[in-house]
Design a protein around this ligand. Structure first.
Ligand SMILES: Nc1nc2c(ncn2[C@@H]2O[C@H](COP(=O)(O)OP(=O)(O)OP(=O)(O)O)[C@@H](O)[C@H]2O)c(=O)[nH]1
Ligand SMILES: [Ca+2]
Length: 498
């Protein structure tokens, strides 16, 4: 009997009660961890979608955005799922046959129907925003602009999506939403980091938007937009220059060189050996140049290239007015601009052009960039065609020298990016797979997806929470075992004595 008791005291571990407690302990811990994991496991993702059509002056593009259904308010979660380039020109080019503006969108709308799951169609908001091309058409022929919108609306209303309207964005909205897009995608807003300025170069207008500390917004209220995003206040400076998109500036440069109504124009911004017949009527067909049309000009002129970068720069410079300024400081054409500040992202045509010219690396000195561009401009047209035609559209190829010169002039002389500041610019196409442009910012704003105040977030991420629960459970279990091992003999002894 005493030997048996001694055995039990030495190995209390093997008593049925200990085994039962251990099994219950293990089951409890497994259950606790399982519940913690299941409760906090990210449920299979359901997505929401939003569609924005960017009706630009040169073309229309459709963007589909996607975000996890339960996390509307979290930053950095909306991503571009798909984009579709509408075939043909921008909707403003259909002024004479407005119904075609509507039908031009059909193919991309079909693509969108396939991209967004059918059961989400009815709840997916669909917006169309038009920019400088439609602004110019509205100035030129307001009735034609209305007809284009009617045609576009007809197509969009027929789609299965939740159509929210088509309208012309103001230049201020276009600039500000481009800035929101860039900073949202870079996760700068929620974290309250220094923001990135946005430079957008379109076909008909160009936008500059940045936050400049300590500048007096009351000096030019029309250039300021204030935001409260995730608990941070932003005073944004923004300006949109109508007629300073690269297509309209090219018209202005050619208009400047054809003021005497010549039949031949020697253009330093085009390559040696380039020679194309152009007609006066289509050169002067936009409100940006219509009042410059020379009287008694012939019907056409021959556009001849000379390939001289510095002369081209002089032509381009002459298109800006650097003298008129009623503010403390101006960029050009009497427009207020506070001191440049912070890094900048330059997208759209800034990227297309500088990428083709291999000039996106701004760590090179500005002088080197200019020298490379000068070499490129001097390259004979035939040589370039041999090198690139087939892969690059002839119209784009012919214009890169002019466009590159315009970009450098606009940045350095227009906005005053000095040789030190030039390296603050990054030429970008997209950020984390989403295109840089105003469309994402526009949708985030209209769907109220960026809150004014910072949302409360759980103190621990899911993985951290599960790990801590598991560690605590294991520690408790070990403690229980240790307790059992040290106390049990005494307990059982006491039981026996009793
Ligand atoms: N080289 C090159 N140019 C392009 C490309 N796509 C567009 N462009 C040109 O770049 C310029 C700007 O294009 P976008 O940014 O789409 O301009 P947009 O939105 O139509 O015009 P806005 O209404 O003024 O904003 C236009 O002159 C286009 O013809 C491209 O892939 N390569
Ligand atoms: Ca644009």
């Amino acid at each position: 009997m005493s030997a048996q008791r001694e055995m039990k005291e030495k190995k209390p571990w093997h008593t049925p009660l200990t085994i039962i407690i251990t099994v219950i302990g293990v089951i409890a811990i497994v259950a606790l961890v399982t519940v913690a994991v299941l409760q906090n496991r990210p449920v299979p993702q359901k997505y929401k979608y939003g569609i924005v059509l960017d009706a630009g002056s040169s073309h229309t593009a459709l963007y589909i955005y996607e975000w996890p259904a339960e996390k509307d308010n979290n930053t950095g979660r909306v991503e571009q799922k798909h984009s579709c380039k509408v075939k043909g020109k921008g909707i403003s080019s259909y002024a004479a046959e407005p119904e075609k503006a509507g039908t031009s969108l059909i193919d991309c709308m079909r693509e969108a129907e396939l991209q967004v799951p059918t059961k989400r169609h009815r709840e997916t908001p669909l917006y169309l925003g038009a920019t400088a091309g439609m602004r110019l058409l509205k100035i030129e022929d307001s009735a034609a602009s209305d007809k284009v919108f009617q045609a576009v609306e007809q197509t969009l209303q027929r789609s299965p999506f939740y159509y929210q309207g088509a309208r012309i964005l103001t230049g201020q909205e276009e600039g500000a939403f481009g800035w929101v897009t860039v900073n949202y995608l870079d996760d700068r807003l929620k974290q309250g980091l220094e923001t990135t300025g946005a430079l957008d170069l379109g076909g008909a207008s160009t936008q500059i938007s940045f936050v400049s500390r300590n500048y007096d917004i009351s000096e030019s209220p029309s250039n300021s937009v204030t935001f409260r995003l995730y608990g941070n206040d932003y005073n944004l400076y923004t300006h949109s220059f109508l007629c300073y998109g690269k297509d309209q500036v090219l018209k202005k440069a050619l208009a400047h060189q054809t003021q005497s109504g010549p039949t031949k124009v020697q253009d330093p911004c085009f390559h040696p050996g380039y020679s194309v017949k152009r007609d006066y009527a289509s050169l002067y067909d936009s409100p940006c140049v219509s009042d410059m049309k020379p009287k008694g000009a012939p019907s056409e002129f021959t556009h001849i290239g000379e390939g001289n970068f510095s002369q081209c720069q002089e032509v381009v410079k002459s298109l800006f007015n650097f003298t008129a300024c009623t503010y403390s400081r101006c960029s050009f054409d009497g427009v207020f601009q506070p001191p440049l500040q912070g890094p900048f992202g330059a997208f759209s045509a800034y990227y297309f052009v500088m990428n083709f010219l291999n000039l996106t690396d701004t760590s090179f000195p500005l002088e080197t960039v200019k020298k490379n561009l000068a070499n490129y401009c001097a390259t004979p047209w035939n040589e370039l065609k041999q090198r690139h035609l087939g892969r690059v559209k002839e119209k784009y190829l012919a214009e890169y020298c002019f466009s590159g010169t315009y970009i450098l002039t606009l940045l350095t002389e227009g906005y005053n990016f000095t040789k030190e500041k030039f390296s603050d610019i990054k030429f970008i196409k997209e950020i984390k797979g989403s295109d840089a442009g105003w469309t994402l910012g526009y949708m985030l704003n209209l769907t109220n997806m960026i809150p004014a105040e910072a949302p409360d977030s759980p103190p621990l991420p899911h993985a951290g929470y599960v790990s801590i629960v598991t560690v605590i459970a294991i520690l408790l279990f070990i403690l229980l075992i240790l307790c059992l091992r040290s106390i049990w003999p005494r307990c059982s002894k006491q039981q026996q004595i009793v």
